[in-house]
Design a protein around this ligand. Sequence first.
Ligand SMILES: Cc1cc2nc3c(=O)[nH]c(=O)nc-3n(C[C@H](O)[C@H](O)[C@H](O)COP(=O)(O)O)c2cc1C
Length: 272
Amino acid sequence: MGTSSCWICPTHRLPVPVRSWWRSRRPEWERGIGCSTTPAGRWGCGLRRRWEWRARAGCWRSRRPKHLSRYFDGSKTIPDETLQQLLRFLRSAPTSTNIQPNHFYVVSTQEVKERLAANLGERFQDNAEKILNASHTIILTTRVDVPEHHLEAVFAKERADGRFADEAKQERWESMTRDFVSLRKYSYKDTYHWMEKQTYMVMGLTMMAAAELGVEAMPLEGFDPISVDKAFNIRATGYTTTVLLALGYPDEAKQYKTPVSRFEPERLFTFA
Ligand SMILES: Cc1cc2nc3c(=O)[nH]c(=O)nc-3n(C[C@H](O)[C@H](O)[C@H](O)COP(=O)(O)O)c2cc1C
């Protein structure tokens, strides 16, 4: 799997299969956003143009990696259309065996932001300000197990959506999925961990989508899940909180301007 050398557009740095997947999500997006082939059939990239424009304008991304935004401008709200695009993308993110183990709480009202901020747990109070000033925060929750009724719901939706052209294929898929789920449960004994990994992947993809839409996304692991679950009565639903994703627009005055610190490529990559 090769990667291109484009330093502007992150999707151009993605391995080809991921790029294809990304492009296949394009119908979920507004026109002009996301990589797409031009009528001429070459790699035309709305995203790349957008990034170049922003880099030139100096108003958003530059070619240098930037710090995650810890501080949001509390006076700015994500327009509903942008939020809906982001949620459409979030919904379209793939999960292993299409298990779809998540439920997302989209927090935007002052009252609920305050409830979340007040229930992060004592040691995580410095994250409260981030949530209060973010336009929205998504509470990403994950199923604690895979009960039969969840599998049935996945299969019923796949059938209703016509995921497989013929019945035999759907049946084979269901049998394979059941097999895989029971492998996780009885052999690897990691059902919840497996599903949480899906949640993190969904979050990562959503962060990329947010960047593309000009929205800052800040993942937050600094919270007490017991406390958040309790405040939102989450456990009664069979889910538990995995991670938070604060979304909004940066408070420019408080952005870190120091260099981003990452290991050198030699330490990170082995080209074999
Ligand atoms: C999954 C994840 C969870 C994080 N949780 C928090 C958090 O709770 N609070 C916080 O201030 N920063 C949090 N961060 C930010 C990281 O600490 C930060 O990205 C890292 O130190 C690198 O800094 P940089 O983004 O400025 O380069 C989180 C980052 C990730 C990827």
